[in-house]
Design a protein around this ligand. Structure first.
Ligand code: SF4
Length: 313
């Protein structure tokens, strides 16, 4: 069963230099109890796509298309309806918890807020639920830690606190944006284990935004590769790791440390003036003449594996 369906989503920023096409005609689906990894280099549009879903972008952004969640188009909800979805049905775990947590409020109070706002619990009950949530994300001495401020937490504990906030109201969908970024390898491994357990036990679906393919491999059922605002590959995670179809996806996989760390030649194109034809053609080793002028469609290569490449069109 599909939980979230993204259909022809565009998010463009109006700037003095021109229109930044951060998300360009993206269509994706996330099923119930499914984790989809959205991967790609920094600046390819992943975070903008995630923020577009709950309309969290600045006013100079023009977003259109459809984001169907449980039969309702999130792009058409009014502010009051949208507040009922944010944090309650769909939780967003932002990257960089230090800037996402309020420095002048205790961690416990911040975790209790969703219980107060969405479930109307009494303050004392909301506080004890916040302590329970801290225990759930394996923060030791949770009752004492709940009274502390974000700067008193380590980086890993702040990330756990963000996850606790996200899970507070048992959302159906969690959008996790680079949840392990900036953490050392040991803490990353602990967060990954924690997220695996929480996904399994909560039954929630997840959209995981990451540039880290090894993280996607550990947590995801499916993967979508984004390049220059577009989805260039979409596949079951096992099929993807057996052999990515799109030349960019192949290069991206070869660039990770466990696969030889081969850098991708060239630089990511401008989102204001992307190259005509295939946006990857200036960097592609398989490029043909027609790649410079023909924009490739997303084509099924085999059993659910799709690639946006003229080699398959
Ligand atoms: Fe490379 Fe052409 Fe395929 Fe683009 S369409 S990825 S340039 S082969």
């Amino acid at each position: 069963m599909t939980l979230l369906s993204i259909e022809h989503l565009n998010s463009h920023f109006m700037t003095v230099d021109g229109i930044v096409r951060a998300v360009d005609d993206v269509s994706l689906e996330i099923g119930e109890n499914e984790t989809l990894g959205l991967v790609g280099e920094s600046g390819c549009g992943k975070t903008v796509l995630a923020l577009s879903l709950l309309r969290l972008l600045s006013e100079n952004t023009k977003t259109d298309g459809r984001v169907i969640y449980k039969g309702r188009d999130l792009l058409k909800l009014n502010e009051r309806e949208l507040r009922g979805v944010r944090g309650k049905e769909i939780a967003h775990i932002f990257q960089n918890p230090l800037s996402s947590l309020n420095p002048v409020l205790t961690v416990g109070f911040q975790i209790s807020e969703p219980f107060l706002r969405h479930q109307g619990l009494k303050k004392s009950i909301a506080n004890s639920r916040a302590v329970q949530m801290l225990g759930l994300v394996r923060i030791p001495s949770a009752p004492d830690r709940a009274k502390e401020y974000p700067h008193e937490f380590s980086g890993g504990m702040r990330q756990r606190a963000m996850i606790a906030m996200g899970l507070a109201c048992s959302p159906s969908l969690i959008i996790a944006d680079e949840p392990t970024r900036g953490l050392d390898v040991t803490i990353q491994a602990q967060i990954v284990e924690l997220m695996k357990d929480l996904i399994k036990n909560s039954g929630a679906s997840m959209l995981l935004i990451t540039h880290d393919l090894s993280l996607a491999a550990q947590l995801c059922d499916k993967v979508a590769v984004m390049y220059s605002g577009e989805i260039v590959e979409y596949a079951d995670i096992k099929e993807f790791f057996k052999g990515p179809a799109h030349p960019y996806a192949r290069s991206f996989l070869e660039s990770v440390p466990s696969r030889g760390m081969k850098p991708i030649r060239g630089i990511s194109p401008s989102l204001i003036n992307p190259p005509p034809g295939c946006r990857f053609h200036p960097r592609c080793d398989c490029s043909m003449d027609m790649c410079k002028s023909v924009h490739p469609p997303l084509t099924e290569v085999k059993d659910g594996q799709h690639a946006r490449c003229l080699l398959y069109a």
